[in-house]
Unconditional design. Structure first.
Lengths: 323, 335
């Protein structure tokens, strides 16, 4: 046995005990310290679209997070004498109908939009993986939980979201303050209505995993159920969960901006990209740029996230990886 | 197959009942008051009588059952009466909208044609675009056509429809003045000129929705074609000397269309939901616009009925997709 093959087998045995699927005979010339994540990263880097998307997305995130520290105009500052201005040095992207600086508003809006996307996805993924793992692992709960999932899939989601947001915005904004109340409402509404896909995918994976030998081995030494799930099941369903999570961010951002666009999202003094677009539609004939900027930012973010999801799916799939 | 269909139909009933209950309770839990706009000078006893007139006096379980009876018994009876001229439902209360005080189903019937022409047309156009693109990009996998197709369809479902719609309005409605930016629903197609006007105003909303649908369906078509192109029967077909056209368009295409047809069926109700936004952008007064005005106006019967109709569409089309899959693919058995 040559040194290199011994090395691969050793790393495969040591690093990937919980992921036997990933430890197939690698075709890529092995290097030192190969871990599963390094493998995934290497495969991910070879997906050109996903890499470009990752760079762009990091750029957008820097723009909305670091940007306000450098560009210090308050996004809600009303300068009525400077309203409807075009591009200038003082306002690179112009100002809106109340003289608020559009660049600052785009940054602030992006923070909210991306925060909504991430939080809603987080809620959806937690619910989805929980239901998926429980349904897949405990046979007795499989039937009822999948019935519930099907029920949720049959709900008309956009109408229901619209309903929930209109009905509960007042009481929630009274108890939690207008901005945080609406944030909480929108995030939980989107999260509670988009976990079903994740649950189905995770359940399928868990059902497949349960038949594998390492699960049998773990069971034979008396591993309790909660340890089984946290040590053996969850790490192995991590890749479909991550892919679903990435795509979930995109859906959540689109849903939030759609709600804002219908006038049922955040309050007017609280910019999000969807809200900026909605506010600009009234005057799109005179100032089309105000519609274009937030729209392009939404589309670009979602496009990047989708491409990253695509790349992740390829990178996480051990059958494709290493080819 | 028949027993499967019957079993699924029976299962659909509790599902729909549950969904209607969820929607009803959601509306019930809402703090909004349909009498909120009534001035405070109205004395409380008159206010109470107004509540009773709206049917709000009873506790919610009774109102829920009443609504169910109206939806599943009175309304169908009423349609039956209208068709056959009988009088079964003459003295029965139909579902009445709080806002317009007219039967909910009459208002819906007025709005359905607009939604159906725009949404239905866009779905058909989307499918017609998507299938050839899917076939070609799968057949020439990783060619420049495939790369561009992948990129464009990625953009297609990353751009929200409200943004594409607004961009189209700015370009074609405002700058080029080719198409009207507002959909005129009062237009009646009588002669060639009005037909042309109808076509012109439909182009933009249909394009927006069609692009969005085409983006998704073409991805499904591509991956389904790819799955089939690698199969053994394709090699056999080629080996026995069939022309490439017959192999791809007859053998592979037919097999790849099976999952795509079900995806198309599954996507139809979602299109109705997604059209809410497009209708809002182009000011089409269809079902989506009706729902939004009803939500804003606290029109509980209208919201309840409309949302429930959307739910029925989803359940029915899921069922259709499952049955179609079994009918088209003899390998699928539901026993």
């Amino acid at each position: 046995m040559t040194d290199t093959t011994k090395d691969t087998i050793l790393t495969a045995a040591a690093g990937n005990a919980a992921t036997p699927a990933a430890s197939g005979p690698p075709v890529v010339p092995p290097t030192k310290n190969r871990s599963q994540w390094a493998d995934v990263w290497r495969q991910f880097r070879s997906h050109r679209g996903a890499m470009v998307a990752l760079v762009l997305l990091v750029g957008i995130i820097l723009f909305v997070s670091i940007g306000p520290l450098l560009w210090r105009i308050d996004p809600t500052f009303v300068d009525i004498r400077a309203r409807n201005q075009g591009f200038s040095l003082a306002h690179p992207f112009g100002t809106d109908q109340l003289g608020r600086d559009l660049l600052a508003r785009l940054m602030a809006g992006g923070q909210v939009s991306i925060a909504v996307g991430l939080t809603a996805m987080g809620i959806a993924i937690v619910i989805g993986s929980l239901i998926g793992v429980v349904a897949g692992y405990f046979r007795r709960l499989d039937g009822p939980l999948m019935r519930v999932t099907e029920l949720f899939l049959a709900l008309p989601l956009l109408p229901l979201l619209l309903l929930m947001v209109t009905l509960f915005r007042e009481p929630l904004s009274q108890t939690f303050g207008s901005a945080f109340g609406i944030f909480l409402l929108i995030v939980s509404a989107i999260g509670a209505t988009s976990w079903m896909q994740a649950a189905r995918i995770v359940r399928g994976e868990v059902l497949g995993l349960k038949e594998r030998e390492f699960i049998l081995a773990a069971r034979s030494i008396g591993t309790p159920s909660h340890k089984m799930i946290t040590r053996h099941i969850l790490p192995n369903v991590l890749s479909p969960i991550m892919v679903a999570a990435t795509l979930g961010i995109a859906t959540a951002i689109i849903t939030e901006s759609a709600l804002s666009f219908l006038g049922l999202g955040f309050p007017p003094d609280f910019p999000t990209w969807g809200r900026l677009l909605y506010d600009a539609v009234d005057q799109m004939v005179l100032y089309p740029a105000r519609v274009i900027f937030p729209g392009v930012l939404i589309s670009l973010t979602v496009l990047c996230v989708n491409y990253i999801g695509d790349g992740l799916r390829d990178a996480m799939d051990p059958r494709i990886r290493g080819r | 197959m028949l027993s499967f269909t019957i079993r699924r139909l029976l299962l659909a009933i509790p599902t729909l009942l549950f969904i209607s209950l969820v929607i009803f309770l959601l509306l019930e839990a809402s703090p909004g008051d349909p009498l909120g706009d009534v001035p405070l000078t109205v004395p409380p006893e008159v206010r109470e009588r107004m509540r009773a007139a709206l049917g709000l006096g009873e506790p919610w379980p009774i109102r829920y059952v009443l609504w169910l009876k109206q939806f599943f018994w009175v309304e169908p009876l009423h349609w039956f009466d209208q068709i056959f001229g009988t009088g079964f439902a003459a003295d029965m209360q139909r579902i009445i909208s709080f806002q317009s005080r007219s039967p909910v189903f009459d208002v819906i019937a007025q709005r359905v044609p607009q939604t159906l022409t725009v949404v239905g047309m866009s779905y058909v156009v989307g499918i017609l675009i998507a299938i050839p693109i899917g076939i070609l990009s799968a057949y020439k996998q990783y060619s420049w056509f495939d790369q561009i197709g992948t990129f464009v369809s990625m953009i297609g479902f990353s751009m929200p429809t409200f943004f594409t719609g607004v961009v189209l309005i700015i370009i074609f409605g405002v700058n080029l003045q080719w198409f009207p930016s507002v959909y005129d629903t009062t237009l009646v197609v009588r002669d060639f000129d009005s037909f042309l006007a109808q076509m012109r105003q439909m182009i933009m909303p249909v394009t927006v929705l069609a692009l969005y649908n085409a983006a998704q369906i073409s991805r499904f078509m591509r991956s389904s074609m790819l799955d089939n192109l690698g199969q053994d029967y394709v090699r056999t077909a080629r080996a026995k000397g069939l022309s490439e056209k017959v192999v791809v368009l007859k053998h592979v295409l037919r097999n790849s269309l099976i999952p795509v047809v079900t995806v198309i069926a599954l996507g139809l109700p979602a299109v109705f939901g997604g059209a809410i936004i497009t209708e809002q952008v182009f000011k089409v007064n269809g079902l989506g616009q009706l729902l939004i005005t009803a939500i804003h106006g606290n029109d509980i019967p209208m919201v309840l009925t409309l949302t429930f109709i959307f739910a029925i569409l989803i359940v029915v089309f899921t069922l259709i997709a499952d049955i179609l899959y079994g009918v088209l693919d003899p390998r699928i058995r539901y026993d």
